[in-house]
Design a protein around this ligand. Structure first.
Ligand code: SAM
Ligand code: SF4
Length: 481
């Protein structure tokens, strides 16, 4: 058993509330009882996930519970006896989309009265949302938030007994370990290292719906990774809203750099990715860890949000344009092949044309491999939603278009650097076009490459040389298998 542990005794320890094993055992017992009824009936579930990797990871837990309660997975909603929407509320269009999706299920429910329709995830933690949905959609019978996944069997049992329930406890900033999970990617897995967020960026709803920041114990993270590697997985992505603040509250006795060093020793683990990194907490120690640990990937997702220091201040991001650029410069000097991706918001309240130009010039200067770009969306309850100088929608749209055009040009420039580049690629998928099968996968620094090859190479590592580039991607040839 892998068991290396370093503790740093001088850090003040915060005590985290762990869900007791006895409570989890009670849930497993309910799951077992339910399975005696559900499995013989051949019932099937369909889970639809919206939003970020955290939600994807939560859905794996929900699917794990669903299997344990005797359900199997349906290929589409029409075949399902239980449909669950795992929601996101980071931007407001998500709500409109969800309403449409649930409304559309009414007909299906009428045709199959025994069907269970449930909604969970971040949006259910918003004030008044659960009540509103129960009232508006009588065909929905199960609603729960992000903090109570560990109680899924109990909630399902209540619904199967004919109740309509909404469980959206806010206060519980607890950690539940050892929940069941169903991961269907055989090569790569997300591993939570922390939950919640304490940063309160002024535009963001996440700290209100995901609760306070709490880090998992390094031993728990590591034993999860060891079992993943034992099951054949070679690439993991450590997940947190701000991985760089891992252990900042002293609850784990480790920093993020310590954690990287700790998990990098897991035998058989070839690639360690992590996201997201908040620039304010990206320490020199983390940079050194990226530079020196052989299996830590040379890619940092480093959301900048804006290139203008005044806007960054209003966003409560706690770094300046210059500090952001100096992190990029420092990391590039330590790790020459490193790639950066980012998140950017345009049209934040008070963003003048000049401030927007600062974002454009930063994008020009950094040369991100890719950028996720968003028009600012006011979220009720956040500080920015109350700011007076909101930017008109038409201006946000135009800025977003300009920014996307610039990033598209920078992606082409970034791709051009790769002609002749050779390195190891983890094969993620294949794309069959006529007679030719194109495989695709990523270099360790996150660049995706397409190349001809046989589907048997799926999930394996192969060496690929880049021979051509097109607008969005790299094209190459395998030089061995
Ligand atoms: N914790 C991550 C971080 O700080 O980088 C981000 C998590 S958030 C789910 C993903 C991205 O959504 C943010 O980086 C931001 O660019 C965007 N976002 C968050 N709130 C937004 C809002 N109100 N309007 C537009 N975009 C928003
Ligand atoms: Fe939201 Fe900021 Fe926390 Fe990221 S760090 S989740 S943007 S509050």
């Amino acid at each position: 058993m892998y068991n290396k542990m370093k503790f740093y005794g001088d850090i003040k320890m915060k005590s985290i509330h762990y869900i007791p094993e006895s409570e989890l055992a009670a849930q497993h017992t309910i799951a077992e009882t339910l399975s005696k009824e559900i499995e013989p009936r051949g019932l099937r579930f369909f889970v639809e996930t919206f939003g970020c990797q955290m939600n994807v990871r939560d859905s794996e837990t929900l699917k794990g519970w669903l299997y344990e309660t005797g359900y199997s997975e349906a290929s589409d909603k029409e075949q399902a006896d239980l449909i669950l929407f795992n929601t996101c509320c980071v931007r407001d269009h998500a709500e409109k989309r969800l309403m449409g999706n649930i409304g559309a299920l009414k007909e299906l429910k009428d045709a199959k009265p025994g069907m269970i329709i449930g909604i969970c995830g971040c949006m259910m933690q918003q004030e008044g949302m659960a009540k509103k949905l129960l009232k508006r959609f009588p065909h929905v019978s199960l609603i729960f938030g992000t903090n109570v996944l560990y109680r899924f069997p109990e909630m399902l049992k209540a619904v199967m007994n004919g109740e309509r329930i909404a469980v959206t406890d806010r206060a519980e900033d607890a950690i539940a370990e050892d929940l069941p999970k169903l991961r269907d990617n055989p090569r790569s897995a997300f591993v939570n290292i922390m939950y919640g967020c304490d940063n309160f960026c002024s535009y963001c709803i996440v700290p209100y719906v995901r609760g306070r920041e709490r880090s998992r114990k390094a031993e728990d993270v590591c034993s999860e990774i060891v079992s993943l590697v034992n099951s054949g997985i070679t690439e993991i992505t450590l997940l947190g809203q701000n991985v760089n603040s891992y252990g900042n509250d002293g609850s784990t006795g480790m920093t993020f750099a310590d954690l990287l060093r700790y998990v990098s020793d897991v035998p058989g683990l070839k690639r360690i990715r992590f996201m997201s990194s908040h620039p304010k907490d990206l320490t020199e120690d983390v940079m050194q860890a990226i530079a020196s640990l052989p299996n830590v990937c040379h890619h940092v997702h480093l959301p900048v949000q804006s290139g203008n220091t005044e806007i960054l201040k209003r966003m409560n991001r706690k770094y300046t344009r210059e500090q952001y650029l100096s992190i990029i410069e420092k990391l590039r000097s330590l790790v020459p092949d490193i790639e950066f991706t980012t998140d950017i918001i345009v049209g934040f309240p008070g963003e003048s044309e000049e401030a927007f130009r600062d974002t454009m010039s930063l994008v020009e200067q950094v040369g991100f491999a890719a950028a996720f770009t968003f028009a600012y969306s006011p979220r009720q309850g956040t500080a920015a939603a109350k700011m007076e100088d909101q930017v008109p929608e038409s201006v946000k749209k135009r800025r977003l278009r300009e920014l996307n055009e610039l990033q598209a040009k920078k992606t082409v420039e970034n791709n051009a650097k790769y002609i002749g580049h050779c390195g190891e690629v983890l094969v993620e998928g294949c794309d069959c076009r006529g007679d030719e099968t194109m495989l695709y996968g990523k270099y360790q620094n996150f660049k995706m490459v397409y190349f001809p090859g046989k589907p048997e190479l799926l999930n394996r590592y192969v060496n690929v040389i880049v021979t051509k580039t097109n607008k969005n991607s790299l094209l190459g040839e395998m030089i061995d298998a």
